[in-house]
Write a protein of this length. Structure first.
Lengths: 277, 277
DNA sequence: CTTCATATACTCGAATCGAGTATAAAGGAG
DNA sequence: CTCCTTTATACTCGATTCGAGTATATGAAG
C-alpha cells in the first residue's frame, strides 16, 4: 500500500524545525497525509547521478527515503491522497492466487536481454535464474528489488529510456518505483523477524485478518494451521474476549497485540550456536 | 576492525566521477587505504542537526555511511592507516572471555540516570533492562547501538557535552562512534543470515579460524561442535585437501568458501509458513 | 436439516538445535 | 619412549520446532 499522488511517493525537501530527520518526517507525514505514522525507519539514500535522465548530469539529487507503516483510515475526502495497492506497480510480485501469468512474458524478455550480450550472457542468466526462482528452492519473495533491477537493466519497465515491449506494471515518477521496490523488499524481509505487521492492524483483529495482511505483504499464500501455531507460540497477541461475525462461516475470536511483550523477548532467536558456561 | 585515522572513520566528501556512490566509494577506499573493498553496503544516512555541537545550528551536515569488509593485509608501511579492533571503543561489547567487568559501572551509571527523572524512570529502566539483558533471555549482541544510545543519553561517553564520570571506552571524532556502533549492530545481525564472514577470511582457512572470526564480530564465545555442524550443513565451504600445522594441537584441514553456492540456495529459510499447492 | 464456509484443535514424522561425549593426531616435558 | 596438553573431528541423545495434513466446531444460507 502506498500513498498515491499521481503515481509518485510522497516526498519533499527537508527543511524543518526538527533536529532529527525522523521527527521532522513524522510531523510532515501527519500534516500532509492525515495519517499518523506508526512505524518509521530509514530505508535507503539514493544519490546516483543518473536518477533523473532529463536533468544536468553534473548535479546530484540526494533522496533519503523512509519506510513508514500506518493503519488504513476511513476515506477522508477527495483532497486527501488515496491508498493504492503496490501490486498495481508490481503485478509480477503477487503470488497469492497463482503464479502471475505475466511472469512468462517477463522472463522471456529477460532471457532475450541475457542472450543479447554474449560476454555477459552467463552471469545475467545466473541472476535471472536466482531472482525468479528457476534454480534453488523456488520463488523468494524477498528478492523484489533484484527482480526490478533486472527488469530495469533489460529495459522492460517504462522508466528505462529506450523501453522495448509493453513496459510491465504501472510506471511511477522518477525513480520512485525503484524506491518502492526497495521498500517492499525491506518490509518483506523485516516481517520475518520483527512484528511490524501489527502497525498495519486495527486494535482488534482476527487471526485470518492478520494472516491476510502478512500474505498481502509477502505476496504469498500461507499455511493456516502453521501460521496460527507460529503466532501463538510467539505470544505476541492475546484474546480480547470478544467475537466477530463478519459474514459467512464460524465467528472468529478477536485478538489484540501485546505491545509489552517486545521488551521481554528476543525476537527470532540468535541463530548463532552460543556456548554457555 | 576499523581503519584508524586519529580515532575517526575514513570519510570524505562525495565528489567523484562515478555515477553511483557505491562505485565511487569503492575506488576511493582502494586509493585511500590500499585495501580493496570486498563487501560494501550502505549503512545509514546521518542528518540530524546537532551532530556537531560546535557548528552553526542552522546548517545540516549529511553523512551517508557505508559498511565495508576487507581482508586484513600485511603491514603496508606507516603512511597507511593501521587496523584497530573496535573493542577499543566499545570494551563493554566484548563477551568472549567473560562478561566485561566494566559493565557493572556502566549499568550503575545508567541506573542513576534513570532515577534522576521520576517521570521517565520506568521507561528508561525498561530500555536499560532490555538492552543490557537484565530481563528476557539475557545479553543480546545485536543491541550494540541501543546500548550506545542509552550511554550517550546518560552522558556516560565523552562525546556527550556534559560528561559525568570517566567516559567509557575510547572516544572518536564527531559522531563517528555512533556510526561505528550502527555498523557493529548491522554486521552482527547480518552474519546470522548472510555469509558475509567469508569476506574477512583468507582464501583458505581452518574451521577454528572461521569460528574465531565470527566470535570476534559477535563478541561471544560459540559452541564448537554446533558451530561446525551449522557451517557444515549450510554447504558453504569445501575442503581444499590441504592441512595446516600452525603451532600446537592436531593439524587442521583447510577449507575454502564456495562462492557459487550463494546463487543456488536460499540463505536462512523463509520463516514464513508457506502453503504449497 | 443439510450444506457451505470458516474457525479452531490436534497429530505425526522429519528436521533442527542445544548440550555433551568420545576419539584422533600433533608437539613438548620428563 | 611415555604421558600430557592441545587442538581437531566425529558422534550421540533428547527436546524443540517445522512442514504437512486431519478432525471437529459453529455460524449462515437454502
Amino acid at each position: 500500500m502506498t500513498v498515491r499522488l499521481g503515481d509518485a511517493l510522497p516526498s519533499g525537501s527537508f527543511e524543518s524545525d526538527h533536529h532529527s530527520l525522523q521527527a521532522g518526517l513524522r510531523a510532515w507525514i501527519e500534516n500532509k497525509t492525515g495519517h499518523p505514522a506508526g512505524y518509521l525507519e530509514q530505508l535507503y539514500t539514493f544519490a546516483d547521478r543518473d536518477r533523473e535522465p532529463s536533468s544536468d548530469p553534473n548535479t546530484r539529487r540526494i533522496s533519503i527515503s523512509y519506510l513508514g507503516l500506518v493503519r488504513e483510515q476511513s476515506a477522508l475526502g477527495s483532497d486527501r491522497p488515496q491508498w493504492l495497492g503496490w501490486y498495481e506497480y508490481f503485478p509480477w510480485e503477487d503470488h497469492r492466487d497463482r503464479r502471475p501469468p505475466v511472469l512468462d512474458a517477463i522472463i522471456e524478455g529477460l532471457d532475450e536481454w541475457a542472450s543479447s550480450d554474449s560476454e555477459q550472457h552467463a552471469s545475467r542468466r545466473h541472476r535471472i535464474d536466482h531472482a525468479f526462482g528457476r534454480v534453488g528452492p523456488g520463488w523468494n519473495e524477498d528478492l523484489a528489488l533484484q527482480r526490478y533491477e533486472l527488469m530495469y537493466e533489460a529495459c522492460l519497465v517504462a522508466e528505462c529510456g529506450r523501453l522495448r515491449g509493453p513496459g510491465f506494471g504501472r510506471a511511477m515518477a522518477g525513480d520512485h518505483r525503484r524506491i518502492l521496490a526497495t521498500g517492499i523488499a525491506r518490509l518483506r524481509a523485516k516481517i520475518k523477524y520483527h512484528p511490524v505487521v501489527f502497525e498495519l492492524m486495527p486494535n482488534s483483529f482476527t487471526l485470518l485478518g492478520l494472516q491476510q495482511t502478512v500474505e498481502a505483504l509477502a505476496g504469498l499464500r500461507l499455511h493456516k494451521p502453521n501460521f496460527r501455531r507460529q503466532v501463538d507460540q510467539q505470544e505476541l497477541i492475546e484474546e480480547t474476549g470478544e467475537i466477530t461475525s463478519e459474514t459467512r462461516g464460524r465467528p472468529a475470536k478477536l485478538f489484540r497485540y501485546r505491545r509489552s511483550i517486545l521488551e521481554a523477548r528476543a525476537l527470532a532467536g540468535s541463530r548463532l550456536p552460543i556456548a554457555r558456561d
